[in-house]
Design a protein around this ligand. Structure first.
Ligand code: PGA
Length: 251
C-alpha cells in the first residue's frame, strides 16, 4: 500500500530568524512518529540550517529545484542533484508551475531534472497542472498528459517506480481557490490511469499529491479521495500549527 506524503513548499519566503522559529515550532507540534511521510522544501540557502534543525525528527528535507545537468561544472547559479544528496536532502521539487511560467522550464527539462535527481538517490516530486484558461477550454487532461510525456520517455521503469507526482492546478496555487475534491480526484485518477498503461503495479504504488490552496480546513476531504495520497502545501506550510494539522489529516 502507498503511504501518504505531505510536502511543505516554503518557496522564496523567510530569513534565518523566521525559519529557525518555524523549524522549532514544527518540531514541537508534529507527532514524534507521524503516520505519514513529511518533507519540507526551504529556500536553498537555508537548507543547511533546516537540515541541522530537523535532524532526529521524522521530517525529511528537499530542495525546490535541481540542475538538469549530470555533472558539476560551468553552470552558474545552479545546484546539482549530487550536491543536494551530499548535504542530506531526500527530495526535490521539479516542474513547479512557477518555474514553468516564470523561468521557462519545459517538460523536457523537467524530465531531465527528475532523472538527475533519481541518479543521485533523490526522490523527485514532479509537478503538473493546467491554467484556468486551459481548464475552461476543456484541455485539462490533454495538458497533464503532454506534461508527463517526457517523464515516460526519459525515465526507466525502475525510475518511474520511485517518483512522486503532484497535481497542482495553476489557478488554485496561492489563490485560495481549491479544486473541489471531485475535480482533483478526476485528474488524479486520470494520472494513475496513464501510469497503469505502463505497468499496473507501478500505478498502484504511485503517490499522487494534490497542491493548490491546501489548508487544514480542506485537507481532510481532499485526502479522503481514492487517488489523492497527500498534499504539496505552499502558504499553509509556513504556519507550523496549520501544517501539522494538515499532516494529521493525511494520517
Ligand atoms: P499554495 O501553493 O498552497 O500556497 O496554493 C502550493 C504550491 O505552489 O505548491
Amino acid at each position: 500500500m502507498r503511504s501518504n506524503l505531505v510536502a511543505g513548499n516554503w518557496k522564496m519566503c523567510g530569513d534565518s530568524a523566521s525559519i529557525g522559529k518555524l523549524v522549532a515550532e514544527m518540531k514541537a507540534s508534529l507527532p514524534a512518529e507521524p503516520g505519514v511521510d513529511i518533507a519540507v522544501f526551504p529556500p536553498s540557502v537555508y537548507l543547511a540550517q533546516v537540515l541541522v534543525g530537523l535532524s532526529g525528527s521524522p521530517v525529511a528535507v528537499g530542495n525546490q529545484n535541481v540542475c538538469d545537468q549530470p555533472s558539476e561544472g560551468a553552470y552558474t547559479g545552479e545546484v546539482s542533484a549530487s550536491m543536494l544528496a551530499d548535504v542530506g536532502c531526500r527530495y526535490v521539487i521539479v516542474g513547479h508551475s512557477e518555474r514553468r511560467a516564470m523561468y521557462g522550464e519545459t517538460s523536457e527539462q523537467v524530465a531531465q531534472k527528475a532523472k538527475q535527481a533519481l541518479l543521485q538517490g533523490l526522490i523527485p516530486l514532479v509537478c503538473v497542472g493546467e491554467t484556468e484558461a486551459q481548464r475552461d477550454e476543456g484541455a485539462t487532461l490533454e495538458v497533464i498528459s503532454a506534461q508527463l510525456k517526457p517523464i515516460f520517455s526519459t525515465l526507466s521503469a525502475e525510475q518511474l517506480r520511485l517518483i512522486v507526482v503532484a497535481y497542482e492546478p495553476v489557478w488554485a496555487i496561492g489563490t485560495g481557490k481549491t479544486a473541489s475534491p471531485d475535480q482533483a480526484q478526476e485528474v488524479h485518477a486520470f494520472i494513475r490511469a496513464l501510469f497503469s498503461k505502463k505497468d499496473e503495479l507501478l500505478a498502484k504504488g504511485l503517490r499522487i499529491l494534490y497542491g493548490g490552496s491546501v489548508k487544514a480546513a480542506n485537507a481532510g476531504e481532499l485526502f479522503a479521495q481514492a487517488d489523492i495520497d497527500g498534499g504539496l502545501v505552499g502558504g499553509a506550510s509556513l504556519d507550523a500549527q496549520e501544517f501539522s494539522a494538515i499532516c494529521r489529516a493525511a494520517e
